[in-house]
Design a protein around this ligand. Structure first.
Ligand code: HEC
Length: 189
């Protein structure tokens, strides 16, 4: 009995010390620890298995739908997950855990699993919830595109590849500041 209580007190003390004295490496450039990775991965898989919708992708695998999926993917996902411009995104290891490169190594998870993760995101990682930003239809199209990205019909593959160069041109204006920021006050330290 005393053993159990003192063990619990020691664990609580350890957590307190690590969090209070700045000993936990909070930067996104620190990969998760083995146990952290294991427990979080297990919890994520179990939760998504339990909550993902039943059945398969309601969107038909047609060239038009795949091309739509490619366009939405390039616009919203390729920056972190790699795409036409770079199959391995330079951002891959800039998150903790890192971002899987979805068109370089296509996930084996079911389409409804991938759809659920896209819609709801993964808390405390860089993966956002796209619910309300993208329509359900677009998310299903993106998932169909990811799953078929290694066997696209030639014209869709060409359309996708062409998005690599177009993207840079599209993105250039976004680098302009929206409005001039007020001059910063002189630094106090
Ligand atoms: C800002 C970066 C970022 C953007 C943008 C982003 N993701 Fe993610 N995504 C991540 C990170 C980081 C993970 C890893 C999370 C984890 O390991 O739990 C992830 C994980 C995933 C996973 C789980 C893959 C697996 O096998 O575990 C899917 C599916 C996914 N993202 C789909 C998408 C889709 C689709 C889009 C675009 C609509 C998107 N993501 C946009 C960062 C991003």
């Amino acid at each position: 009995m005393l053993g159990i209580v003192s063990t619990l007190v020691l664990i609580a003390l350890g957590v307190y010390i690590v969090s209070t004295f700045g000993l936990f490496p909070i930067g996104a450039d620190n990969p998760p620890f083995g146990l952290e990775r294991y427990l979080a991965g297990r919890a994520m898989n179990a939760y998504v298995d339990r909550n993902a919708p039943e059945g398969t992708n309601p969107v038909a695998v047609t060239p038009a739908n795949l091309a739509d999926g490619a366009k939405e993917y390039e616009e919203h996902c390729a920056f972190c997950h790699g795409g036409a411009a770079a199959k391995i995104s330079p951002m891959q290891r800039k998150f903790s855990p890192g971002a899987p490169q979805l068109t370089n190594r296509i996930p084996r998870d079911s389409e409804s699993w991938l759809y659920w993760v896209t819609k709801h995101g993964v808390r405390m990682t860089g993966m956002p919830a796209w619910d309300g930003v993208l329509s359900d239809d677009d998310m299903w199209k993106i998932v169909a595109f990811i799953k078929n990205s290694d066997k696209l019909p030639p014209d869709v593959a060409a359309t996708w590849k062409a998005m690599a160069s177009r993207k840079e041109a599209d993105e250039a204006p976004a680098l302009e500041p929206v409005e001039a920021a007020p001059a910063p006050a002189p630094a106090a330290r």
